[in-house]
Ligand binder design. Structure first.
Ligand code: HPA
Length: 234
């Protein structure tokens, strides 16, 4: 047990999908996994383990933002022997070329998070994806005919910009594709533990065109993203 996970040793698979939303964790397990067992309910952050095409896979909700995600990633790695983590989530597109429902394979995550600043001091650490997972995801997506783009995200500590503007111009000018709130923590902690991590994130809204996924398209895109994540682990 850890402060936020009540599971026993061995309850989690070595491969874990990380959605933010606990309801989505349950939906992923119900939709894609067999032999599902609930392994965590602490604070409603549902964790489940099952099998996908005969291989053990777990799903653990992380909540939103780096502080919450960092708790679950740390505890999965400290106590439960997890080896590969794929975040499945949504992101806000920063340019008009990438449309809603496009899937971002996050090669790297810039961040304004204080977690990385305090850790790396004078250095600005480059939080990067595991290359093997990234390559497999890109190949698998191409075979499946999915619209994907590989590149950098920004992991922002704020969903609502306190200054009321759009603080992303300079990041956009340097090729950053989208904004979300968890990946820099995932990549940094995974690197510290020497394990593999990747974020696969569907663009759910575009900050330039203000286009948003309809509820039906959101569901369909969730199916293709989760299947991509599971096949990447296969
Ligand atoms: N900001 C942060 N995270 C997000 C967004 C956004 O606009 N859209 C989806 N996840």
């Amino acid at each position: 047990m850890t402060p936020h996970i009540e599971a026993n040793h061995g309850d989690y698979a070595e491969d874990v999908l990380l959605p933010g939303d606990p309801m989505r964790a349950e939906w992923i397990a119900d939709t894609f996994l067999d032999n599902v067992k609930v392994v965590n309910r602490v604070r409603g952050a549902t964790g489940l383990t099952g099998t996908y095409q005969g291989r053990r896979v777990s799903v653990q909700a992380t909540g939103m933002g780096m502080p919450s995600a960092a708790i679950y990633v740390n505890e999965l790695l400290m106590e439960y022997g997890v080896k590969r983590l794929i975040r499945v989530g949504t992101c806000g597109g920063l340019n008009a070329e990438n449309k809603v429902r496009d899937i971002v394979l996050a090669q790297a995550a810039s961040t304004n998070s204080n977690q990385n600043q305090t850790l790396f001091g004078q250095f600005q650490y480059a939080s990067i994806a595991d290359f093997g997972l990234l390559r497999k995801a890109a190949d698998t997506a191409e075979l499946a005919g999915l619209r994907t783009v590989v590149g950098g995200l920004v992991t922002d500590d704020n969903f609502y910009d306190p200054l009321g503007g759009t603080p992303y111009e300079v990041l956009k000018k340097h090729g950053t594709l989208a904004v979300e709130m968890e990946t820099a923590a995932l990549y940094t902690i995974a690197a510290r533990y020497g394990v593999k991590a990747l974020t696969i994130a569907t663009i759910s809204d575009c900050l330039v065109t203000h286009e948003q996924l309809s509820p039906e398209a959101r569901q369909a895109s969730l199916v293709e993203m989760v299947k991509l994540a599971l096949d990447t682990l296969g």
